[in-house]
Design a protein around this ligand. Structure first.
Ligand code: SAH
Length: 228
């Protein structure tokens, strides 16, 4: 019996029943209304049960288009933001994608679902440990998690076809630009109080093209590690 109870708890936590699916279907419609057009991105959002990545207390709200708190005063981004950034990233199958800011692991799972080879970096030790273990338990074992300062990118595995930063940067860190392939794309929110979403495409060794896509609000992109 003592062995059975924890298994039961795990099963309940990762259940994805008709009610969850119904709520998720509505979320997809909301995202369409808000302008998300990329069918592969919508499919990936459909494929990843967002309620798995939230505290049980938010289960009923998991498919509202809202951000929610996770551990360490961080947040899981609003589904529209995840969908829009993923759309801007233009991920193709088998590409190497670096995510800065693992947080709950949700965005990493969405990228994985698009067929990308996902590397994700988190500076908060607790979030790194929890998300790494949780993603593995859910079967996302090919997502590679790292406890590192994302300001430095992930030199050992560079270059990347795509880089996505899910925290607010004051400036674009040079290592992230350096670690893009030629033709590679970086999507990053830049700014102080509010952030402008930028898509930066590497044209050649020296030249980059920057496009902007509206205003967002993210938790800050902080330098250094946090082992608390
Ligand atoms: N992508 C996440 C959202 C995370 S919120 C999700 O899907 O849930 C932003 C995350 O970026 C936080 O977990 C924060 O700790 C992390 N972060 C902030 N600065 C960082 C840095 N320099 N390196 C790595 N992670 C960082």
């Amino acid at each position: 019996m003592s062995d059975f109870l924890p298994l039961c708890a795990i099963f309940t936590a990762v259940e994805d029943n008709y009610r969850h699916k119904g709520m998720r279907r509505k979320l997809i419609e909301t995202l369409r209304h808000k302008g998300i057009q990329d069918e592969q991105v919508l499919q990936a959002i459909w494929d990843v049960p967002r309620h798995w990545f939230l505290d049980r207390a938010f289960e009923e709200l998991a498919y509202e288009d809202k951000a929610f708190p996770i551990d360490k005063d961080q947040s899981i981004s609003q589904p529209y933001t995840v969908a829009r950034m993923t759309e801007l990233l233009q991920v193709e199958k088998h590409q190497k994608v670096l995510e800065i800011g693992t947080g709950s692991g949700y965005q990493a799972a969405v990228l994985h679902q698009l067929g990308a080879r996902v590397f994700t970096v988190e500076r908060q030790k607790l979030l790194y440990q929890k998300s790494k273990a949780f993603l593995k338990d859910l079967g996302y074992s090919r997502i590679r998690c790292f406890y590192k300062d994302g300001m430095l990118g992930l030199e050992t595995f560079a270059p990347f076809d795509r880089i996505i930063v899910t925290a607010a940067a004051e400036d674009v860190p040079q290592p992230l630009l350096d670690q893009l392939t030629i033709g590679g794309i970086l999507v990053i929110p830049v700014g102080d109080e509010t952030q402008e979403m930028r898509r930066i495409t590497r044209l050649d060794d020296q030249r980059f093209r920057t496009e902007t896509f509206g205003t967002y609000r993210f938790v800050p992109f902080l330098g250094g590690l946090d082992a608390s």
